[in-house]
Design a protein around this ligand. Sequence first.
Ligand SMILES: C[S@@+](CC[C@H](N)C(=O)[O-])C[C@H]1O[C@@H](n2cnc3c(N)ncnc32)[C@H](O)[C@@H]1O
Length: 212
Amino acid sequence: MNSRSAGGSLTPEGTRGGAATTLLLAVAVAVTAACAQVAPGPTSAPATSAPSGQSVRVPDVIWVPSDVAVVMKMLEMAQVKPGDVVYDLGSGDGRIVILAAQKFGARGVGVDLNGDLVQQSRENAVKAGVADRVTFLQQDLFLTDLSEATVVTLYLFPDVNRRLMPKLRRELRPGSRIVSHDYDLGDWPPEKTVEVALPDRAHYVYFWRIAP
Ligand SMILES: C[S@@+](CC[C@H](N)C(=O)[O-])C[C@H]1O[C@@H](n2cnc3c(N)ncnc32)[C@H](O)[C@@H]1O
């Protein structure tokens, strides 16, 4: 039986069919959205970029810059040198990768969800004269491809570090180094820990190396 009346309106059967179709569509959209959230993305995934000033999602940690003295200790402990590629995951105003390029001759990639900070980092890199050796990406650090990194720097939060640890172990190449300001990597013991005494408080830098 035709489910449409002469006027084109749906009969009750047609309406039930339409409701079922609508329900199926809603489920399909929900499943697609859920898959998109868990699917791993490429390093510079356009899907995660957003206009400057916007975060594509709520950041896991607010921006608190590392003191330059702590940054220098992080880069020294990681033995950064020319040829290294330093990734700062949650790069704030870009200071870590900028100093890695300026003082240690490395290349750097900074990743941050906050578009304003990414823009500020790019301007800071130009002022520091290292814009040709550093890149800043507005994207989620959990969706960033780390395979190119030889050094990873972190100033995040304990639970974020713990969630990140499997990705670091999976994607970093043997011999790569990780340094973290203030927070360790849960049950992965650091090879070295150094205290940096500053007027505000004692800061800590933790060091790990991916086994060669
Ligand atoms: C404590 S600040 C550290 C900034 C810089 N690394 C430093 O030490 O000066 C943490 C940064 O991580 C960024 N962030 C938080 N969650 C993030 C995520 N899931 N992906 C990318 N950036 C994130 C924040 O926007 C913030 O700028």
